[in-house]
Design a protein around this ligand. Structure first.
Ligand SMILES: Nc1ncnc2c1ncn2[C@@H]1O[C@H](COP(=O)(O)OP(=O)(O)OP(=O)(O)O)[C@@H](O)[C@H]1O
Ligand SMILES: CC(C)(CO)[C@@H](O)C(=O)[O-]
Ligand code: BAL
Length: 294
């Protein structure tokens, strides 16, 4: 009954931080819980799974659609990043969102803007932080702003961006932020490719060859489940499968403890993130598994 009533509500688009903050204050005073799903838009089933989860756990769900300039390096794809708000409205509404927050860059970062939130630790320098040195500072800054604007009780992040999830968990813990972070599993295409807005950049040949990513990680997971604990053997196995794709240009295949992201020894003995970033042409894809040998 409640779900039916929810489904009848029209999705509302809010464009300014002030309007959204007023909406949030009003709803908090009325005792409503708010879930936040931060995204850069071009929504797919991965995003929809986060929205559905939020909608099942909160009275109200806000989906932010904002391609955040602060997390893109100079030679990255800020301008070409796919955008389609009409499509996002349909997807967000189908998944149970109440609000799309779609601010302009000028409203989020006015000329006077000067405050950044930065997790000053190795966890932002390893993995994707090596090739994207300003990325996580941009992510934590915008996410902290979104937490404040929406006054959310819970926020939903995909494990596809596992390092991002770990960095957000650290920010929330370090800054005593009063919000629950809900990690959500990776949603994949039926052939295994992790869903990502950037998959649209792939040519059909690149798309075909990109399957080596999920295939290699699946094999690694099977090996671990069958008792393999030697990290070098596991990483070599992943590298071998990915190298079978002539268009694959490996940036990294690495393992760290999760969610702490500390160095792990040569033998997997605790919850371990095995993550990779691989380029196909100009498209950089990431994927991972979290292995738990216990
Ligand atoms: N396949 C997926 N499964 C689960 N969560 C996902 C998936 N793809 C993205 N997410 C999550 O959705 C949120 C918003 O991500 P984002 O808008 O960057 O989407 P994306 O598809 O990852 O885009 P990109 O191509 O830029 O990596 C993040 O928390 C991210 O981890
Ligand atoms: C969390 C996020 C929306 C912040 O811009 C972005 O990094 C993303 O889409 O994962
Ligand atoms: N999903 C992470 C956002 C980015 O690559 O900028």
């Amino acid at each position: 009954m409640l779900d039916l009533q929810k489904g009848c509500l029209d999705l509302q688009i809010i464009k300014t931080p002030k309007e959204l903050n007023d909406w949030a204050k009003k709803n908090k005073v009325n005792g409503k819980t708010i879930g936040l799903v931060p995204t850069m838009g071009y929504l797919h089933e991965g995003h929809k799974s986060l929205i559905q989860k939020s909608s099942s756990q909160n009275d109200l769900t806000v989906v932010s659609v904002f391609v955040n300039p602060a997390q893109f390096g100079e030679n990255e794809d800020l301008d070409s990043y796919p955008r389609d708000l009409e499509r996002d409205k349909t997807a967000a509404e189908e998944a149970g969102a109440d609000i799309i927050f779609h601010p302009s860059a000028a409203d989020m970062y006015p000329e006077s803007y000067g405050t950044y939130v930065s997790v000053d630790s190795d966890i932002t320098k390893i993995l994707c932080g090596k090739s994207r040195p300003i990325h996580f500072r941009g992510v934590t800054t915008v996410v902290a702003k979104l937490f404040n604007i929406t006054m959310a009780d819970r926020a939903y992040f995909g494990q596809k961006d596992a390092q991002q999830l770990a960095v957000i968990l650290r920010m929330v813990s370090d800054l005593n932020m009063n919000i629950e972070i809900v990690p959500c599993p990776i949603v994949r295409e039926s052939d295994g490719l992790a869903m990502s807005s950037r998959n649209t950049y792939l040519s059909s040949e690149e798309r075909k060859q990109a399957l080596v990513l999920s295939k290699s990680l699946k094999k690694a997971e099977e090996a671990i489940n069958n008792g393999e604990k030697d990290l070098k053997t596991i990483k070599d196995g992943i590298r071998k499968i990915i190298s079978e794709a002539p268009l694959a240009d490996i940036e990294y295949i690495e393992a760290y403890t999760f969610p702490g992201l500390s160095e792990c020894g040569s033998i997997i003995s605790e919850k371990t993130l095995i993550a990779l970033a691989v380029r196909f042409g100009s498209t950089r894809l990431i994927d991972n598994i979290i292995a738990d040998p216990k």
